[in-house]
Unconditional design. Structure first.
Length: 269
């Protein structure tokens, strides 16, 4: 039921004009509301289209690898033995010096060879006794990352000593350059095996070292040997097999000298 109010002080025509004017105002408000609603719908469609395009762009864009935070020991040669001990080794005379002077504690085990151009490798024992498996693996690494590998020599023995047997005090008339040390006392020799592999740990780090150690800590492992491939060419093959993004990390991990890619192996863990 619609109520109509008539103004007694106005004529019929004047009353009609009042209601005609109100009707026009109501029509204008309705048209404005319709226009505002249509504008809102248009803006929403445009926003939905923009969001769809943005999602498509994200989907099609190659995912960038999240950079992994590297550990302190990754600036050296390193691996973990099959018994779980961290091992660090020198890359050159500077890192040899740094490892012995700064990163070797009294309970650690130090490895070297009688050949110049060999790295120092150190088992970080943290007060625990390294077993025969670890000692053999570090002897293998000391040989494989020495100049003997590069020269194709197979008869170089590695030895281990305690940190207090390693000194920078040269004998009379001797000169010790950077990275060179004198070994005092008994040396414990181990014949190394040419057994080396490379893989990626669960944390995403490229680990290169004795095959049993790498198999223990990496799911997919590439076995390496002395060969004809340059490290840069071998790194490309390893990159393809392991699916590693950073080829420079592979090159840094590989031994110096020519390499052969023997086979891909599965983890033993």
């Amino acid at each position: 039921m619609v109520k109509i109010v008539l103004f007694l002080n106005k004529s019929v025509e004047q009353n009609a004009e009042v209601y005609f004017e109100k009707a026009k105002q109501a029509r204008r408000k309705l048209e404005g509301a319709r226009a505002a609603l249509e504008k809102f719908r248009r803006m929403r469609r445009e926003m939905e289209q923009e969001e769809t395009a943005r999602l498509e762009e994200i989907k099609d864009k190659p995912k960038q690898a999240v950079k992994r935070k590297k550990e302190w020991y990754e600036k050296f040669r390193w691996f973990r033995t099959s018994e779980g001990f961290l091992v660090v080794g020198g890359r050159d005379s500077t890192t040899n010096e740094l490892i012995i002077k700064k990163y070797t504690q009294k309970d650690d085990v130090v490895f070297h060879t009688d050949m110049s151009g060999s790295p120092f490798f150190v088992i970080k024992t943290e007060g625990k006794a390294a077993g025969d498996a670890s000692l053999q693996e570090v002897a293998d690494a000391t040989f494989c990352f020495s100049r003997a590998w590069k020269l194709g020599l197979m008869s170089i023995n590695a030895f281990w000593v305690r940190p207090d047997q390693v000194t920078k005090e040269a004998r009379a008339g001797e000169y010790l350059g950077k990275g060179a040390f004198v070994i005092r006392g008994k040396t414990n020799y181990i014949h190394p095996k040419i057994s080396i592999g490379i893989g990626v740990t669960k944390a995403g780090a490229v680990m290169c070292g004795p095959l049993p150690a790498v198999q223990k800590h990496c799911e997919n492992v590439v076995e390496l040997g002395v060969g004809k491939e340059k490290p840069s060419d071998a790194a490309k093959l390893v990159k393809k097999i392991l699916g590693v993004d950073d080829i420079d990390e592979i090159v840094r991990a590989l031994p110096s000298g020519n390499i052969s890619i023997k086979k891909e192996r599965k983890s033993s863990s």
